[in-house]
Design a protein around this ligand. Structure first.
Ligand code: DGY
Length: 321
């Protein structure tokens, strides 16, 4: 008999194919489910495993009501702010995420945000779509050169390091702030700042790669944006909660920031539409890992975690030990 699995959101085709082959699952391709539906499905199908994504708030309320036959919950994401890990641990429910496999694509997308924000990609694209009515003088519609700029990275973890490697290829100088200084082989010449506030005045471009959650909520606010030099570019491909969007909009409107490139927002998908009305923003609907290769690898990694636990082995990517 195949193990029973519930999948709470649509998965890439190769992942659905593997689910069909290895699991007993009512919707192998996945289906958007609310927490109540997840509870209902897990209970009525007697599922042993749950494959979820960051759309599902896997909080103490839901975890506490899950039946004992559920043996693992695997999120198909590297971030796990949607999971109450302490509640899962208290109930001895293994929970796993999908690190590493999305590092390169998220770093690539960060470079897209940096380049698009500096080079006014949104405005140029809008001009073309409106018919490119006239040629521009040599002093009109100018963007910012990326090479030679100082890029401040907040959080030099896996993704931050991958962004730093790419940025060096573009001729940027890397600065970073992190809870602790990293060894020289990881720093690769990047300048460490123990205090974010001390780094900000030296950043031409700032890119966030810290974890979300209460400890980093509102990290970028009116006070910290003001510490960036006038004309700086701001990029966020980590979590929207790190940013006070009211303060971001004010900094973009006043011209204190030249532009922003954003993949993540405070409220998703109901983001603050004022950000879309500004000419100097380049916006993406939370797509950091959204390539065929990476989303497939994430789904496979989540299934590998599920397969490990259901066959009595330890999870590969446990969120608690
Ligand atoms: C992740 O993997 O954390 C992405 O941001 C999708 O939620």
């Amino acid at each position: 008999m195949k193990p029973r699995l519930i999948v709470s959101r649509q998965m890439p085709a190769p992942v659905a194919e593997r689910i069909r082959a290895e699991f007993d699952c009512p919707w192998p391709e996945g289906r958007d489910m609310t927490p109540d539906e997840v509870l209902h499905q897990v209970t009525t199908t007697q599922a042993e495993a749950l494959l979820l994504t960051s759309h599902l708030k896997f909080d103490a309320g839901l975890i506490g009501r899950l039946p004992a036959h559920l043996r693992i919950a695997a999120t198909c994401s590297v971030g796990f702010e949607h999971i109450d890990v302490a509640a899962a641990r208290a109930r001895a429910l293994p929970v796993t995420n999908t690190p590493d496999v999305l590092t390169d694509c998220t770093a690539d997308l960060t470079m897209l945000l940096i380049l698009a924000a500096c080079r006014r990609a949104h405005e140029y694209d809008a001009i073309m779509r409106a018919g490119w009515r006239r040629g521009y003088g040599l002093g009109e519609m100018l963007g910012l050169r990326v090479s030679g700029k100082r890029l401040g990275i907040v959080g030099l973890g896996r993704i931050g390091q991958a962004v730093a490697r790419r940025a060096r290829g573009f001729g940027m100088t890397v600065l970073y702030s992190n809870p602790r200084r990293l060894p020289a082989e990881i720093e690769q010449g990047a300048t460490f700042f123990a205090d974010l506030r001390e780094m900000l005045p030296h950043c031409d471009i700032l890119s966030l790669h810290a974890r979300g959650g209460p400890t980093t909520a509102g990290l970028m606010n009116a006070e910290t944006f003001a510490l960036l030099p006038k004309g700086a570019v701001f990029v966020n491909a980590s979590r929207g909660g790190l940013v006070d969007e009211e303060a971001l909009i004010a900094a973009l409107t006043s011209g204190h920031l030249f532009a922003a490139g954003l993949d993540v927002f405070h409220n998703e998908p109901a983001f603050d539409r004022r950000l879309a009305e500004l000419p100097n923003t380049f916006l993406i609907p939370h797509m950091g890992s959204a390539t065929i290769e990476t989303r497939t690898a994430m789904g496979m990694r989540a299934l590998d975690n599920i397969a490990a636990v259901l066959s009595g082995r330890p999870p590969i990517d446990p969120l608690w030990n």
